[in-house]
Design a protein around this ligand. Structure first.
Ligand code: FPP
Length: 241
């Protein structure tokens, strides 16, 4: 299968990287090994997405609901960005990839925040793909936060009630820094589960969905290509005929 560069490639691809735990269990290994392998899949898919001309790749690395997991696993997941950036920032630099993060900083340990901010700083002049980690992210919380900020502006007479429209709401979402690619074009979820799990609720309004049966550690660049080929054959109508 050949996929030419830049032909009907979705600008914003978002991925729910599911199945690390099941992959590890299948191998008779502890769950953390699944997350470790998942990191390699992140590397493979980031590289391929950037080669294909994707503008923004958003990866769901930790949801606001993931705090409900056992403390040891939460601790391990919090360490992942530190390990990932330690290893892969030189490669991201080489590929002109810029790191970004969306999510709520509260509760994220200082050392993790520091590693993410450092990677963002190191790659801030890169002009290629944006690798956007959703970390301690939740779609409903994002909408609540935006609503509060807009209400505050109305209460302070900074804006009028009639100024509230879709573009204003969009500008108050965590994704506003991704402009003009705030909206997701293509949503991929691995591991056979078919649900949105509170991921980019506003931004996925018109995205195309792709579900893979593969567990995230099994995901490769070629699997991404298969997904992109499926996207190429979709007809997006945005409600029109
Ligand atoms: C879902 O699998 C995966 C996560 C909650 C963590 C995602 C993290 C990575 C893929 C590693 C890369 C992260 C960074 C920050 C570089 P699961 O544990 O829910 O799997 P299961 O459904 O099989 O239990």
């Amino acid at each position: 299968m050949e996929l030419e560069n830049n032909t009907a490639v979705p600008e914003h691809v978002a991925i729910i990287m599911d199945g690390n735990g099941r992959w590890a269990e299948q191998q008779g290994q502890p769950r953390k090994n699944g997350h470790e392998e998942g990191m390699e899949a992140v590397r493979r898919v980031t590289k391929r997405a950037s080669e294909r001309g994707v503008k923004v790749l958003t990866l769901y690395a930790f949801s606001t609901e993931n705090w409900k997991r056992p403390p040891q696993e939460v601790h391990f997941l919090m360490q992942l960005p530190i390990r990932f950036f330690d290893r892969f920032v030189p490669e991201l630099q080489e590929k002109n990839i810029r790191v970004n993060m969306i999510g709520f900083e509260d509760k994220v340990p200082g050392s993790t925040k520091k590693a993410i901010l450092k990677a963002m700083e190191q790659t801030k002049h890169n002009t290629g793909m944006i690798l956007n980690f959703a970390f301690n992210y939740g779609g409903r919380s994002e909408i609540v936060q935006a609503t509060k900020r807009i209400a505050e502006k109305v209460a302070n007479n900074e804006i009028d009630l009639n100024d509230i429209n879709e573009s204003l709401v969009e500008g108050h979402m965590l994704t506003h820094s991704l402009e003009p690619y705030q909206n997701v074009d293509f949503l991929i979820r691995s591991s056979g589960e078919q649900r949105l799990s509170n991921f980019l609720l506003w931004q996925n309004a018109y995205s195309e969905f792709y579900f893979s049966e593969l567990l995230w550690p099994e995901f490769t660049g070629d699997v991404l290509d298969e997904a992109l080929l499926s996207y190429k054959n979709r007809k997006r109508r945005y409600g029109a005929l």
